[in-house]
Ligand binder design. Structure first.
Ligand code: PLP
Length: 364
């Protein structure tokens, strides 16, 4: 029998009373836009991540976009990022009129390589966006060195709670974006996101941008947008945040069970010493990926490919004129990766089935 890749219904059953009470409190208050729930969540997530400021917005993509706008990045400016990411990383750069410039990945970690960043900086580089893919942080110490003072933005949309030497995602760069898309380790009941930063001015700028450019009602200082995090989402996320560490521990245990069996047979995403991944995805690489996927499908086991096409080869980037072969490591990863169910509510008997099916037969 089949089972879900991510079991959000099981999660709801587990915390139903708390979620329902949180939602009920928002309805009872009649305060759906901004207010106490949003402010409390901002403070709680900023404290959890080890930064001063959190600004709730309506998605992770918007968080990135508003960071660029607050930094004055726009038409013709270059932003260096990875070609192996969810496309939102790139669309946020394009949406402010800037040019995404790609730097290839380190095949061991699947994250942007500091060395390729150093070779990609030009006088027009205005920011570097490091994506922490699948819950594993990009090598921030090396990236900050390579950046030579250019602002580094963390796309931490998949990595709340991840860390390097105990310092969490979001606390390393000039600013960071979180996503609360429902399937994230900390997911809402719809779209949501947050900007994290230690820079008070940048945080204030984002607060104004998310609310139609108005600091004071009726006075619009700049062009903004309806880009706020809803109070109902904040209430759901406040209920879930205290559970996040336990859920991440369960993800880590599931991942360790896979790794004990698969290490040596597959290339896996490698965590360098001192890096703690939150295992947003458990990702393997296989040259014969399609054979394995067919085997999983016929056994009714869910799996997913994140990401099948490198960003520079997406239709939406065609105008950049980048040819196949430009970023060989990202392209090779896109052909080889596949992700297995790792969520905290994965039943042990289902994980055992996944392991059996992957392990049966020859693996190339
Ligand atoms: C790496 C990465 N960047 C950006 C985003 C965008 O977040 P959202 O879907 O909340 O806009 C996501 C979320 O899916 C993501 O995984």
């Amino acid at each position: 029998m089949g089972f879900p890749f991510i079991d959000l219904a099981a999660q709801y059953r587990d915390i139903k009373q708390e979620i329902d009470a949180g939602q009920g409190a928002v309805f009872a208050s009649g305060c759906f836009i901004m207010g106490e729930e949003v402010e409390a969540l901002e403070a709680e997530i900023a404290a959890y991540s080890g930064v001063r400021e959190g600004v709730g917005v309506d998605s992770g993509t918007r968080a990135l976009e508003l960071i660029y706008r607050a930094l004055g990045i726009g038409s013709g400016d270059e932003v260096i990022t990875t070609p192996f990411t969810f496309f939102a990383t790139v669309s946020a750069i394009l949406s402010v009129g800037a040019v995404p410039v790609f730097a290839d990945i380190d095949p061991a970690t699947l994250n942007i390589s500091a060395e390729s960043i150093a070779n990609t900086i030009t006088p027009r580089t205005r920011a570097i966006c490091a994506v922490h893919l699948f819950g594993l942080m990009a090598d921030m110490p090396q990236i900050l060195d390579a950046a030579q003072g250019i602002p580094v933005i963390e796309d931490a949309c998949q990595a709340i709670g991840a860390s390097i030497m105990g310092k969490r995602a979001g606390a390393w760069g000039r600013a960071a974006a979180l996503s609360f898309f429902p399937t994230k380790n900390l997911g809402g009941a719809g779209d949501g996101g947050m900007v994290l930063t230690n820079d008070r001015d940048l945080a204030d700028h984002v607060r104004i941008l998310r609310n139609h450019g108005a600091r004071i009602p009726g006075r619009h200082e700049m062009l903004g947008a309806t880009a706020r995090l809803d109070a109902l989402q904040a209430a759901v996320l406040r209920v879930k945040l205290p559970h996040l560490e336990e859920w991440n521990t369960r993800r880590a245990a599931n991942a360790a069970r896979y790794t004990r069996v698969f290490a040596g047979n597959f290339a896996l995403q490698e965590s360098p010493a001192g890096f703690i991944s939150t295992r947003h995805q458990y990702t393997l690489r296989a040259k014969q990926r399609e054979t394995l996927l067919a085997r999983l499908k016929s056994a009714d086991i869910p799996c997913a490919i994140y990401y099948p096409i490198a960003a520079h080869l997406q239709e939406a980037c065609r105008h950049l004129g980048i040819q196949e072969g430009a970023y060989p490591e990202a392209e090779r990863a896109a052909h080889e990766v596949f992700s297995l169910p790792v969520c905290p509510y994965l039943a042990p008997e289902n994980q055992a089935r996944v392991i059996d099916v992957i392990s049966s037969g020859r693996i190339e």
